[in-house]
Design a protein around this ligand. Sequence first.
Ligand code: DGY
Length: 300
Amino acid sequence: MKVLSTTRLPGPAWDELRDVEIGRPIERRPDVEALIVPNETVDEHVLGLLPSLRLVANFSVGYDRIDVAACAARGVAVTNTPGVVDAATADLAMALMLATRRRLVEGDRHVRAGGWTTPWFAGLFLGHDVGGATLGIVGLGRIGSAVARRARGFDMRVLYTQRHEVETDLAQYRELDALLGEADVVSLHVPLSAETTGLIDARRLALLHDGATLVNTARGAIIDEDALVAELVSGRISAGLDVYAHEPQVPEELWSLPNVVLAPHLGSATIETRSAMARIVVDNVLALERGEPLLTPVSA
Ligand code: DGY
């Protein structure tokens, strides 16, 4: 079975694919039956180029760039990599929270630039406490819950919001607007969908109190990026960002700001996690080849 993959996957599972080619779906390829992409655009155009396609195996848990309905209409299955990215993504959310609140990147730059020339003094790079602060989690799914567990280890008070209130000991429920007004740190963990695009708009950003920190390891387009840039330029809030509305473009206005920590979409970027993701992708392709049920299908 011919497999086209837009990227080579890390870890040993990759070697189990017998007939795989690295390339992009840019020309008509009637031989390709499975396509591996890291949440890249799969739309009517791409599907039209691959008339024999039976599976889009997404190397990512988020599949917002894959037109699952168009795939379903053509009988093409879609799979993703749930479960295995939770810990690494939650770790990165905590890392961004800590780095931003404690001004770690600013301090690192200061040392490397040879700027630390005076003995210790009480006012150098004062940040804000993480322990004892209130964390507001938007989306208490697998990753959001993993963040809540970590935050409790840091003695944070944890709130959450999502479409439906659930019974949980991890966090207290609030409506979104109330959570934004109450939290010292807000961390986003909802998938990108029509409903969540622009969820954190200018009005909602204005609800964050002065000195609050926004952490985004979910998807950039959940926030109105222009409005976020304006808030960050004003210096009223800080942010730890791993994702952006138009990756790999990061708004240039942010590059020199001290109150923002910028990462290049590293949420799942550990050797262990990416290898586990590759394992799921390859197992889905092998299941298709053997005529067995797919491991992690997503529904339209
Ligand atoms: C995911 O798995 O969704 C990561 O953000 C990579 O896209």
